[in-house]
Design a protein around this ligand. Structure first.
Ligand code: CA
Length: 227
């Protein structure tokens, strides 16, 4: 179980990391909103503990963006005070539960266990981007209601791009998250490029609106091209 903790207060952050590691969770700690958001976008986690009051990009903003992208990771929000509006805002933005600081660590663990049990039943089943739709249960993809025939690898690649739509995805991210290769290498880059080219052909060829864009020197992004 990989847990991402986004918390800027050093004492709370340290306590969370140590406590969760003691329960055999693998913990990644981010101390700013930007860093947390970056890790969330680039890696895969089973659970997110998110402080709402963060310098820079705040917790609510992160949560809204995460949910807009269809990421169904269970999220436990930490609020500094027991203000009703804070809790409502957190839940409205897509939090699954919240805890008011200061909290007992046992309580945190109980909430996390409950959310992980619950989380599996309401996973996201469909992804959408523009006129593109992916059904994760039937493993089918349509564009403008026309079915697309994808290989399993192309499907995984497209799923990753759709889960990160509007966001530039590097070859390094694709190597790690789709090809499961921790180390990036030139031959793999070429394989990735070939797959992207094939996927692009199936997705975009003959259509006025292209969805897969190349960002020179960086990678790819799934979004409607700017005109
Ligand atoms: Ca804080």
């Amino acid at each position: 179980m990989r847990v991402l903790v986004i918390e800027d207060e050093p004492k709370v952050a340290r306590a969370l990391k140590q406590g969760l590691e003691g329960e055999h969770y693998q913990v990644v700690l981010a101390t700013t909103g930007e860093e947390g958001f970056f890790r969330l976008s680039a890696e895969t986690f089973d659970f997110l503990v998110l402080d709402l009051m963060l310098p820079g990009r705040d917790g609510l903003e992160i949560l809204r963006t995460v949910r807009r992208r269809g990421l169904q990771i269970p999220v436990l929000v930490l609020t500094a005070r027991d203000a009703v509006e804070d809790r409502v805002a957190g839940l409205d933005a897509g939090a699954d539960d919240y805890l008011v600081k200061p909290f007992a660590f046992a309580e945190l663990l109980a909430r996390i266990r409950a959310l992980l049990r619950r989380g599996r039943s309401d996973q996201v089943l469909r992804l959408k981007a523009a006129d593109l739709e992916m059904d994760l249960v039937t493993h089918t993809v349509t564009r403008a209601d026309q079915p697309l025939e994808l290989t399993p690898r192309e499907f995984e690649l497209l799923e990753y791009l759709m889960r990160h739509d509007q966001q530039v995805v590097s070859r390094e991210m694709l190597a790690r998250e789709v090809w499961k290769e921790p180390v990036r290498a030139t031959p793999l880059d070429n394989v990735i490029d070939v797959h992207v080219a094939r996927l692009r052909k199936k997705l975009d060829q003959g259509r006025p609106q292209k969805l897969i864009q190349t960002v020179r020197g960086v990678g790819f992004v799934l979004r409607e091209e700017e005109r």
